[in-house]
Unconditional design. Structure first.
Length: 573
């Protein structure tokens, strides 16, 4: 055992030290692990590698590189995998009910693996949307020295001379239903839209949370940027393995990094890049693991004071690879820091502060992917919080790329995504209306589905600027248009969205931050008296269990009491 690692203070002493651990060591010997290796710190290397989607397909390679880094720095890595549900394949059908649920299952399963085997530290490598926050949540929950590593984005597809992403495929389906394109056109696009391994290339949820990993301090600088196929990703993986060993030596833990100020930095990078509305769920959930109050209102308060500076899809022109080529996430962070929008004194996994990490970064002026904060795309962030008598607990809307920030129109109500999709495909709506999709919240879905299929269909029909949509469900980071999600309280618990009737006048004002319905409190109270809960089809299994434990969206849709309720820390066992 190296003198710089005190095994008597590490969790792995329970499985490797002394006669009582003889049987445990026998299992290690069976796997070819030497006694000398058992005497080192044991690092869990968790990935979401699987063959479900391109987001995860490169992670096994990166895990091997991370393990090499751990070994070089004097540790013993033990690799394991957990699940993912890939939104791009789960989208538009009942499978999407599993997506948000998977975030908490990922965190729970990694927690149980680390606890069950008394590992000393964690490297978490993730690709799909919910796997990123899931890994960050469990790092903060366990509070063992940890480093997060994003698996990297997909390369952009090329279709008839233009860069494309999977979002274009969804919207082309809407054009097909309008007769604007042929099935042959759609098949040509789908064959080239996703040309490599990696997560979706726009500033959708995966790339949004990848930016968060650097801004919050859990990932190494620049590690979020390199596309998945690049061999340079292996260098970041090796470095992550080496760094986690330094964290063990220094005793630096995730809750030393993930502070209230660090969470505000994370929210700022989401706003500045026009990121996914899902960050409004994931940042409160990460904060919850540390016992920090940082709900949707707190997140959107940061959004309000942060300029929108990165011209990224779906609201802008560029994809993740373009951001990487221009200077990566540190370029965005440098612009925000220089403009006074970040807390530079926040500690990171490098052992240095955010400002120290960025000290040598020079903001490049020979690119137009990211602007300086004094010449922003808009003076406030690409996402906005709204509230009012229709959303007392708040809601969120992505305004990046929008020219229309206000809408007033009559409600057209649907109690499931399927019913809404059928009506939209059949054009059973009128311009000017507000489409309401409810009973799709965390409890009511259960699982809080994303509505990308519906919103893409609307855009594909050319109606994206003529309608608005509100839901107690979620939106994909790829969603475009005036779409308000996370409306709370959700319909399933008697929220006002569940009391709406066709024709009720709804008012959305993203500039003023308002979402309201032209109904008096007396009328809402009368309707509430007549309201009956709607039973879902999921009365057993994982989705039932999730519905029974999940909290409201504005608090992160979390499923356990969190850091405030802790009486001990795993890291100190």
């Amino acid at each position: 055992m190296s003198a710089k690692f005190d095994k008597s203070k590490l969790p792995s002493r329970h499985i490797t030290v002394g006669p009582k651990s003889a049987a445990h060591r026998a299992f290690f010997y069976a796997m070819g692990v030497s006694r000398e290796a058992m005497d080192r710190p044991i690092v869990g290397v968790a990935t979401t590698w699987n063959e479900t989607a391109p987001c995860n397909i490169t992670l096994r390679r990166q895990a091997q590189a991370a393990k090499a880094g751990v070994e070089e720095a004097g540790g013993t890595p033990r690799e394991f995998t957990t699940i993912t549900v890939t939104d791009g394949i789960a989208m538009g059908h009942q499978g999407m009910k599993s997506s948000l649920v998977s975030r908490d299952v990922i965190a729970d399963s990694v927690e149980l693996t680390i606890r069950g085997h008394s590992y000393d530290a964690l490297i978490g490598i993730a690709g799909c949307d919910k796997s990123l926050p899931g890994m960050m949540m469990v790092m903060v929950r366990l509070n063992v020295p940890s480093v997060f590593l994003y698996g990297g984005s997909i390369l952009p597809g090329r279709f008839r001379g233009k860069d494309v992403t999977v979002m274009d495929v969804y919207e082309y389906y809407g054009k097909l239903n309008q007769g604007e394109v042929s099935e042959a056109d759609l098949e040509e696009l789908e064959a080239v839209a996703c040309p490599s391994g990696g997560s979706c290339g726009g500033q959708f949820t995966a790339n949004t949370m990848a930016c968060v990993s650097e801004a919050i301090g859990l990932a190494l600088p620049y590690s979020a940027g390199a596309p998945a196929p690049y061999q340079s990703r292996d260098e970041y993986a090796v470095a992550s393995g080496q760094v986690v060993m330094r964290l063990i030596e220094a005793g630096l833990r995730p809750r030393d990094v993930v502070t209230r100020d660090a969470l505000e930095n994370a929210a700022a990078v989401v706003a500045a890049t026009g990121g996914s509305t899902n960050a409004g769920l994931h940042l409160p959930a990460i904060a919850h693991e540390a016992g920090i109050d940082f709900d949707l209102a707190a997140v959107t308060e940061v959004f309000k004071r942060t300029p929108y500076i990165a011209d990224l899809k779906p609201g802008g022109r560029y994809v993740a690879k373009d951001l990487y080529d221009a200077g990566g996430v540190p370029m965005v962070l440098k612009a925000l820091l220089d403009g006074g929008y970040l807390h530079g004194d926040c500690l990171t996994v490098t052992g240095k502060t955010l400002a120290e990490n960025l000290a040598d970064v020079v903001f490049p002026t020979d690119q137009d992917v990211v602007r300086a904060t004094d010449t922003p795309l808009s003076p406030t962030g690409g996402l906005v919080g709204v509230s009012g008598n229709l959303a007392p607990e708040g809601a969120i809307v992505k305004v990046a790329g929008l020219t229309r920030l206000r809408h007033a129109g009559p409600a057209r109500c649907f109690d499931t995504e399927e019913d809404a999709m059928k009506a939209v495909v059949g054009r059973a709506y009128q311009p000017g209306e507000v489409i309401v999709i409810r009973y799709e919240g965390p409890k009511g879905g259960p699982g809080m589905r994303e509505m990308l299929a519906v919103t893409s269909q609307i855009y594909g029909q050319g109606m994206g600027e003529k309608l608005a949509l509100i839901t107690d469900g979620r939106f994909s980071g790829a969603t475009r248009g005036l779409c308000v999600g996370h409306v709370g309280p959700e319909a399933a618990v008697g929220g006002p969205i569940g009391l709406l009737q066709d024709g009720d006048m709804i008012r959305i004002d993203a500039e003023a931050g308002e979402l309201s319905v032209d109904l008096s409190e007396a009328e809402l109270a009368q309707r509430r008296q007549a309201w009956q809960p709607r039973q879902t089809d999921y009365q057993s299994g994982a989705l039932w269990k999730y519905a029974a434990t999940v909290g409201p969206a504005n608090k992160g849709a979390v499923t356990h009491p969190g850091g405030k309720a802790e009486t001990h820390s795993y890291a100190d066992i």
